[in-house]
Structures are given as C-alpha cells and as structure tokens.
Design a protein around this ligand. Structure first.
Ligand code: ZN
Length: 267
C-alpha cells in the first residue's frame, strides 16, 4: 500500500505551486488517482487552490462517474474533466485544468496554435488539439463553457487521442479548450505540474516571439517534431529538479499551509 498521506501532501503542495506561478488563479484544479484504489481519485473541494491546506479540503470521487465517496460532499462542477480522463487512460495518474491567461489567446486564434518554442516544452508535441465545446453541446445544454457533466468530460477526454503503441496512454499530454483554458495530463503529480507550468511558460515565450517577429519582420522557428519528442524524454527524467525548487519556493513564501508536511518526491 502506498502512503496516502504522502500522496495527498503532494497534491496540496501542487495546488500551491500552480497558484504561486499563476497557472491557477482562484479557479482551476489538480487531481491524482488514488494509488491504493484504481476506482477513485482525489481533488480539492470547491475552494481556491491557495487555500487548500489539509485533509478537510480534499474530496474523493469515483472515476466511473465523478460522484463523491467516503464522506465527500459537493466539489468542483468540472471534476468530470478529471474522472473521464482517468477513466479513459490507465497510464494517466494526475490531471491539471487551468484558465491561465498566457494560454487563453491561443484557444481562440484560428491561424496559429501553441507550438513548442524551447526544450522544456517539447512534451506539447505536434498538432496540439483545441477542444471546442460548441461541437458537442446538445440543444438544451447551458452555454457556460463548463465541462460539468460526464458526457462533456468524455468528449474532452477523447480529444487527447490514443497512443497507438501504448493504448492506455493518450497521444497528447495537453489539450486546449476554446474560450476556457487547457488541460494537461501526466503519470504523476510532479510531472503534470511540470507540464502545466511549462505549457504556460511556453505560451509566454511564443507570444513574445510572434510579437517580435511581427515588429521586426521574419518568421519564428519552432522545435522540430523530432526535437519535441527527444525533449519530452529529457523532461521526464529532469522533473525532480524544478519540482524540488517549486516546493522550496512555496514553503518559504509564507503564503500557503500544508498540514501534511513537505511532500516526498514520488514521481
Ligand atoms: Zn474551467
């Protein structure tokens, strides 16, 4: 049995890291599959990521349908993003959903999408999907852009595609959501925090590069497909390094509380 306190301590600190670096504001969330029970996952309750500090702030939900279990009451309306992705991809153990402003412009542009600008963001791959919820609305669905039903969550999960050589893994690590934000998935909390952080960083770099190119003329050279793949492999083994620093930063910032203590690196 995995030490659940260690997993949930990591989840709490992940909330703080993503808030500290403006990946999450008052909205957005990070989840983790229960390492001791493949049928459930953990995610904070209906509160801002910066305020998540202890066990009473975390809910447990069924992956099958997102319903609360083990005394959990209520929770995020969009937890179906997490339940449906964890259901569809057995190799995914952690999910981040974000409304980061740095990413949002790329969700509404028709002629340019997110591209890998530098080596830490090779995991973005090629042809990053942009989930347009309008394409899956039924006549009576409210148009509030929220992925707040299992059906909408399943449609978003499908957008990640299937890795044909490893069908329990998605083809993509990241999917944009038109007019809403993005979702990143990973094998561990540490990896998905790394992906969400560098996806957001990469968008800032891309915006600056495109603006500079427009100002001075000329184009932008993105990472090649092979560079993206090799950089993704590099990112996978180096994740411990940024994670260690991010934990160090939030613990000394004086802005957050983690009643479960300093996380032990698990991923
Ligand atoms: Zn959202």
């Amino acid at each position: 049995m995995v030490n659940l306190t260690a997993t949930l301590s990591t989840l709490i600190t992940a909330n703080h890291i993503l808030h500290y670096h403006n990946v999450l504001d008052a909205m957005g969330h990070v989840s983790v599959r229960n390492p001791n029970n493949n049928a459930t996952f953990f995610i904070a309750l209906q509160q801002g990521p910066a305020t998540v500090s202890g066990l009473p702030d975390i809910g447990e939900y069924l992956i099958a349908d997102g319903s609360p279990v083990n005394g959990t009451v209520g929770g995020y309306a969009e937890r179906y993003i997490h339940s449906e992705i964890l259901k569809r991809y057995g190799d995914v153990n952690a999910v981040v959903h974000s409304h980061a402003e740095d990413i949002l412009p790329y969700t509404v542009l028709n002629i340019v999408s997110v591209e890998s600008m530098y080596h830490m963001a090779g995991f973005l791959g090629t042809n990053l999907p942009n989930f347009d919820i309008e394409t899956v609305y039924t006549k009576d669905d409210p148009r509030d852009m929220l992925v707040n039903t299992p059906r909408l969550g399943a449609a978003l999960a499908t957008t990640f595609g299937i890795n044909t050589t490893q069908p329990t893994s998605p083809l993509h690590t990241t999917v944009l959501q038109r007019g809403h934000g993005f979702v990143a998935v990973g094998a561990s909390i540490e990896q998905v925090v790394d992906y969400a952080y560098y996806a957001t960083s990469n968008a800032r770099v891309q915006t600056k590069a495109l603006l500079l190119a427009g100002a001075v003329g000329g184009g932008v050279k993105y990472l090649s497909e092979r560079e993206r793949g090799d950089c993704r492999n590099m990112n996978a083994w180096i994740v411990f390094k940024p994670w260690g620093q991010w934990v160090w930063e939030v613990e000394r910032s004086g802005r957050y509380v983690n009643e479960l203590g300093t996380p032990v690196l698990t991923g």
